[in-house]
Write a protein that binds this ligand. Structure first.
Ligand SMILES: [Fe+2]
Length: 192
């Protein structure tokens, strides 16, 4: 798909249109990623079941709100740089390099195991974007750093449920959401 930011004619003072185009393209993928994340988090909020339902159901909503606020900042930064943010579901599905969240109705611990992997993927790409803006646009980088602080905190909220008293994560080594969910459920079952 061609960049929607190819025709940038103005940008913020002190940043070249070439850099603004590149940064807007990079922010567009972060926008798709976080739009996907807040929808996925709501899906978990609706599908979590079992004895730990209310804790996880209620933990998720503030994350949805904060991640949605991050998407607004990302989109408005693209506009500020002279680009065109795209928030449509079709474009998201077209451009994304990951699959839909794969778990439906399931126990809280299973969703938390899977969410650990979701957060890892999102945070890894967000860090790459943060590093790629270090010299070209520290203002954009500052926004991404702030967002990373929030995303990493939310992953810790998730991980605290998966951590043993010895500090090990039950999802260690898992490469798929269902695998992570299974490992998390297994450890929860084996705890006295
Ligand atoms: Fe709700």
């Amino acid at each position: 798909m061609p960049s929607q930011n190819a025709d940038i004619s103005y940008t913020v003072p002190g940043v070249s249109t070439q850099d603004s185009r590149r940064i807007s393209d990079l922010l567009q993928m972060r926008l798709h990623s976080l739009n996907d994340l807040h929808l996925t988090l709501k899906h978990v909020h609706w599908n979590v079941v079992g004895p730990h339902f209310i804790a996880v159901h209620e933990m998720i909503d503030p994350q949805v709100d904060k991640v949605r606020a991050m998407t607004d900042d990302l989109a408005e930064r693209i506009s500020t740089l002279g680009g065109q943010p795209n928030g449509t579901p079709g474009a998201l599905v077209d451009r994304r390099t990951w699959n839909d969240y794969s778990i439906g109705r399931a126990e809280a611990i299973e969703h938390l195991g899977a969410l650990d992997l979701v957060y890892t993927a999102v945070i890894k790409d967000h860090r790459e974007a943060m590093q790629a803006t270090e010299t070209s646009d520290p203002v954009t980088q500052d926004m991404l750093i702030e967002q990373l602080r929030g995303l990493e905190l939310f992953q810790w909220f998730v991980r605290a449920h998966l951590e043993s008293s010895g500090g090990e994560l039950s999802t260690r080594g898992a490469t798929t959401e269902t695998g992570a969910a299974g490992q998390a459920a297994e450890q929860a079952r084996s705890q006295p």
